[in-house]
Design a protein around this ligand. Sequence first.
Ligand SMILES: *Cc1c(COP(=O)(O)O)cnc(C)c1O
Length: 365
Amino acid sequence: MEIKIKKASLKKRKAKPTDESQLGFGKIFTDHFFNIKYKEGRGWYDPIIEPYRPLELDPTAMCLHYGQEIFEGLKAYRGEGGAIFLFRPEENIKRMAASAERMCMPPMDAEIFLEALKKLVILEKDWIPHGAGTSLYIRPTMIATEPALGVHPASEYLFFIVVGPVGAYYPQGFSPTKIFVSEEYVRATRGGTGNVKAAINYASSLFASRIATNKGYTQVLWLDAIEHKYVEEVGTSNIFFFIGDELITPPLAGTILPGVTRDSVIKLAGYLGTTVVERPISIQEVISASENGALKEAFASGTAAIVSPVGQLYFHNKEYLINGGKTGPLAEKLYNEILQIQYGMKKDPFGWRVKIRNGKKAKKG
Ligand SMILES: *Cc1c(COP(=O)(O)O)cnc(C)c1O
């Protein structure tokens, strides 16, 4: 299947942002987007990259009523001489197929998916910012478009990819977060959809987030839904605790999202000589480790920030400072290593980097 490309006329193209320090996250999108349709019995058809535009949906499009929406998040990075890299895109493609399966949606063809990613990013290459830590965020999305009421797996879907420049997550250096442990509200339960990137998980997380923000905290630390005892995730990121000389993270047991960054942190930390353990860890164990001094660091992991140090926990009406509220050396090391792999500044021992455009070598002498 050939991806058609219909370019926006030059006079309709948007002005590119001039101040990269003001990019922020998720506010600016480029001139084009990719989309492809699906109909039961016909499969995926009409793949196209075309001028960015609003979607046209029937008011009864099923995604609007029953939440049939899944998405992904990854980035394209600008390297030396204009080289462009993706980071482990095949992991996002696989994860989206797993999300589709769980939501009774058709999996997107993996080859078209990867080709669409590459073609769209290369077409929009001038939108990739240049500053350290900046990138082009990529948002693949699938929605049920069948116009019908009544809950059932839909027979029609739209898959699309939008991209937009995003700023450096830490323009002024790391800023450790203050985290609110949610003892009342939960994110996902066993047998639910916590391990898939589906819109429904995020809508239901907002209430607890608002409670946390109103109390002055950045994010929610989610506990398991059954006993409210085991740590699961922080906000929309995975969580790590460095206790004694072990880096501990909750296992993938169906309720947490299998983060690509989580997997990269586990592999890289092990490669760099840190013992990494995937096992259930209770909030009480974290608190006890904080009280007896064994808790050295805590940090979240995700595509947006790579690693986000946790400086403080709020649990049971008490505040616990972690590493004096400062970024720890392990978090900083992992952040730098992954970032340098992503931007092509360092050798890539795991073959994670996918170069989609060659850079020009700087002339010597
Ligand atoms: C996307 C996401 C993550 C992080 O996944 P990455 O692939 O590392 O970006 C973690 N938790 C939740 C709930 C997420 O939605």
